[in-house]
Design a protein around this ligand. Structure first.
Ligand SMILES: *Cc1c(COP(=O)(O)O)cnc(C)c1O
Length: 385
């Protein structure tokens, strides 16, 4: 089976992990600091706070943005559950903004219209999570401007988008979003097994995020309400978590980061090749967001069902049957039973629902060979042409 995505590990990655296992520090030590500094430099961010996964990163980013009960978080329905759940962890209400029918990202025009209505009814969001779907940023320029006007904090969920660019700069540089979230899950752009990170240029947010990932504790006298009792002293100044990343994970991440440019180059090559070789089939191919250069975490196509006499499910099952591990990103989050219990229903976000009825994620990962990609294309051609 050719999977839709998978990690690329080599001996250097394994050696890097073994080296940490022979060292004095296994968790949140010097290798973690080096990994944070290296990601921050690559993404042109001032601060990087590594955590145990991107879901934890989204959670503490929302808390650092001040999200709490009575507040609202808005995101795209075409995302992984975590982009919405982070709002619920904070006790906030979650709502969605439908997607752009071409880029499949949160639609900035629909966001503007919904904000105007929300202002009239006093129901503006405190946080907007803009998901860089498939590795391509949203219209961040417009969304950031709306953030200034309506006073929400913009968090970019770039779990798919490490190594992507927007407006000529790396995703995570903080030119538009207050905080950017990365994931290092094995199917993402680089991996630490499990892992996540928050990037920001605001020192007060970085300090708060560091405290939240480790129990709300501080050893910094400036953050304490009384003088230190001695060298052992720390204070818990708020409720935090154990969301730490290990040095074992960070060593893997650091080694993987050295291959990021090669990974992205290969993903871009494969995306361009899909684009050329699938152009004549009854498919809608991914559309470029102006200003954005995708990291191509996913390569999604939509079936032009009106021109086919097979169903979406039949195409999906036939590809799986032929050893092509296609997947579907994403089931609209608002249709999940948990969110239906919050009042959402079919028809609420028609673009995301229409997309779901047609979308298929094709295999896309750096180790996918040209020959394997040819097999995927030949199977699609056989089914659709
Ligand atoms: C994978 C993913 C996450 C969660 O990442 P974890 O590291 O697995 O917690 C969040 N948002 C999006 C868009 C993702 O794809």
């Amino acid at each position: 089976m050719i999977p839709y995505g998978r990690q690329s590990l080599d001996q250097a990655d394994i050696d890097a992990v073994l080296q940490v296992l022979h060292s004095d520090w296994l968790t949140q030590g010097p290798t973690l600091e080096r990994f944070e500094a290296a990601v921050a430099e690559r993404c042109q961010a001032q601060h990087a706070v590594a955590v145990c996964n991107a879901t934890a990163a989204l959670h503490i980013a929302c808390l650092a943005a001040g999200l709490g009960p009575g507040d609202r978080l808005w995101t795209s329905p075409n995302t992984f559950l975590a982009s919405a759940n982070c709002g619920r962890y904070c006790g906030a209400e979650v709502d969605f903004v439908d997607i752009d029918p071409h880029t499949w990202n949160l639609d900035a025009g629909r966001l503007a219209a919904k904000l105007e209505q929300a202002e009239a009814t006093g129901t503006l969001p405190k946080v907007v999570v803009a998901v860089a779907f498939a590795g391509q940023s949203c219209d961040l320029h417009t969304i950031a401007k709306l953030g200034e006007r309506y006073g929400f904090t913009l968090i970019e969920d770039a779990a798919h988008a490490l190594g992507a660019d927007y407006a000529g700069r790396p995703v995570g540089c903080g030119a538009h979003a207050a905080m950017t979230i990365l994931s290092f899950h094995p199917v993402k752009i680089i991996t630490t097994g499990e892992g996540g990170m928050v990037l920001t240029n605001r020192p007060e947010l970085a300090e708060h995020l560091q405290r939240l990932r480790s129990h709300g504790m501080t050893r910094d006298p400036a953050q304490m309400d009384q003088p230190s009792h001695g060298p052992w002293y720390y204070q818990q100044v708020e409720l935090g978590f154990n969301y730490r990343m290990t040095d074992i994970q960070a060593a893997l991440g650091l080694s993987q980061l050295g291959k990021l440019d090669a990974f992205i180059a290969r993903r871009r090559y494969l995306a361009e090749r899909y684009g050329t070789l699938l152009a004549d089939l009854p498919l809608t191919l991914p559309a470029a967001q102006p200003q954005a250069q995708s990291a191509w975490h996913l390569y999604v196509v939509r079936l032009k069902l009106e021109r086919l006499n097979v169903s979406h499910r039949e195409v999906f099952e036939a590809l799986r049957g032929a050893g092509i591990g296609v997947n579907l990103h994403y089931i609209p989050v608002h249709l999940q039973p948990y969110y239906r219990d919050q009042g959402f229903a079919p028809g609420d976000f028609p673009e995301a629902e229409a997309y779901y009825a047609q979308a298929i994620s094709l295999p896309m990962f750096p180790a996918l060979s040209d020959e394997q990609q040819d097999q995927v294309i030949a199977q699609l051609r056989h089914l659709l042409a």
